[in-house]
Design a protein around this ligand. Sequence first.
Ligand code: K2U
Ligand code: ZN
Length: 171
Amino acid sequence: MALREILIIGHPMLVKKAEPVERVDADIVRLAGDMVETLHAAPGIGLAAPQVGVSKRLIVVDLSVGENKDDLIVLVNPTVLGKEGEVICEEGCLSVPDIREKVARPYRVTVSGLDLEGQTVEVDAEDLLTRVLCHEIDHLDGILFVEKLSPLKRKLIRKKLKKTAAAGKKA
Ligand code: K2U
Ligand code: ZN
């Protein structure tokens, strides 16, 4: 397995709709393994393939950040079957460094997808797991969590990110 580079906001792939996975083959299994390794190293609790430069509908979620193998969820071509409730909570993103903002998400969600054996799996989630699943599925549709904020907040964040980028260029 290998660590992959995590793309940062501004990269065109992060706002592109990802392609469905046609077949769960060895390449997809290797990509999933690299994403899990990259997620744990970040560290993070969720990662979508477009964040590591692959425009495919694949996500990995691990609320334990590698502490508990049973917590790892790998979903190919995930779709939301149903959702319930609404909760507003702070989010962050490995592709949007140093930004934390409150986002409204469902409280419960049922997500269907394929596992790495190509079998259909269904995940009934609530609370933080729902939030992370919805956040990652948004990534597959080219939607970053900052796009869900008010126009004023988005303007302020764009300004902050521009300043950070300019400072990075000077260093
Ligand atoms: O796409 C991502 O980068 C997912 C986030 C996990 C997350 C999803 C929804 C709501 C909150 C977090 C990363 O795996 S973790 C990003 C992060 C890192 C440090 C502190 C807070 C958030
Ligand atoms: Zn994200």
